[in-house]
Design a protein around this ligand. Structure first.
Ligand code: ZN
Ligand code: ZN
Length: 339
């Protein structure tokens, strides 16, 4: 190649990389309905990167946040990586884009359960937040209002519990299987309980027009209760799966397959996740219905152990056992998925 051409190419590429980047996409479906931004994607010791998924129907400025283990840090990191550039916020010079997304775009919190790795970001960003509803089951709402927003652990940002209330957050109780329209949005949500050790967790279906995303909070699959709850969810969503209207499932695999049965603490391994998805296929009336289904894998445990890359191990475990053609994607912080 003549040196001039090479230099011209180099110049072209360096000028391209110097431009304000278009929002990078980690994964894009051919005909997407939703944008999912992972504000946080792990569990364990990696504070600053805990479960938190912003789900927004494309073309709208309306999103829900599924869990909020990380919030401010996730938004700031996403802004730095230009991940928030496509969201049609109303510009206001007094706020960063991360702040605008928090104030304008995130319309509600859907909290699966009150473990700290799912609510820490909500608590820490609450003084800088705007008024919003928190959708949860009554069990979760009670823990939040009695043990977190209680004027002792943190100011009472809620509208229930210890006086005085600041009342910024309005608790909205969910009933299993009952659909609610989120205030001031076109989004409908339905919740089902999940078994998770000593507490109740939640699966949320987020629906816009005809299409949906399913967010599953932490769950176990190795107990009778765990299986029964999962099957109730699968029964409810099977029609959407069969019609190709379920665009993605966000679901946990916390430990690699080597983890002992008695050390799961209400979580799943890749083999448990695969079995649960086979059960979904069965519920749909055939595995072909779930072939190509996009499953965003969340909540991988980060530890201090040397030579442990749980994300890589879990990904390999999932690929090795994937006899059902699921499209597994390991969720990464500040990544954007168009589904
Ligand atoms: Zn948990
Ligand atoms: Zn968790």
């Amino acid at each position: 190649m003549p040196i001039q051409t090479l230099n011209a190419l180099k110049k072209k590429f360096s000028s391209l990389s110097a431009q304000p980047a278009e929002a990078p996409i980690t994964f894009a479906h051919s005909n997407p309905s939703f944008e999912i931004i992972a504000l946080g994607a792990r569990s364990g010791v990696l504070d600053g990167n805990m479960s938190s998924y912003m789900i927004r129907p494309l073309g709208t400025n309306e999103a829900v946040l599924c869990d909020a283990g990380t919030l401010g840090n996730g938004l700031k990191r996403a802004e730095k990586k230009h991940i928030l550039n496509d969201i049609p916020v109303d510009l206001d010079p007094s706020l960063t884009r991360a702040g605008l997304v928090l104030h304008q775009t995130i319309r509600a919190y859907l909290i699966s359960h009150a473990h700290l790795d799912h609510v820490a970001g909500l608590v820490l960003s609450s003084p800088d937040d705007t008024a919003k509803p928190i959708y949860a089951f009554p069990q979760t709402r009670e823990i939040l209002s009695e043990h977190l927003f209680n004027n002792r652990v943190w100011g009472n940002m809620g509208n229930q519990g210890a006086e005085p209330h600041i009342g910024k957050y309005h608790y909205k109780d969910m009933t299993p299987g009952q659909t609610e329209r989120i205030t001031h949005t076109q989004l409908d949500i339905t919740a089902w309980p999940l078994a998770h050790g000593n507490t109740t967790s939640t699966a949320f279906l987020i629906k816009h027009n005809d299409h949906a995303v399913l967010y599953m909070g932490d769950t176990e699959a190795n107990t009778e209760e765990g299986k029964a709850h999962l099957n109730t969810v699968w029964q409810a969503i099977a029609p959407l799966v069969k019609e190709g209207k379920l665009k993605a499932i966000i679901m946990e695999a916390t430990y690699p397959d080597g983890r002992a049965d008695n050390a799961l603490f209400g979580h799943m391994r890749p083999k448990d996740l695969l079995q649960a998805l086979r059960d979904l296929g069965h519920e749909c009336g055939g595995r072909h219905y779930i072939r190509g289904l996009q499953v965003l894998v969340t909540h991988v445990k980060e530890t201090f152990e040397s030579n442990t890359d749980n994300t890589r191990k879990i990904y390999h475990n999932l690929q090795d056992g994937n006899d059902i053609g699921i499209h597994f994607i390991m969720a990464e912080q500040s990544a954007r998925y168009l589904v």
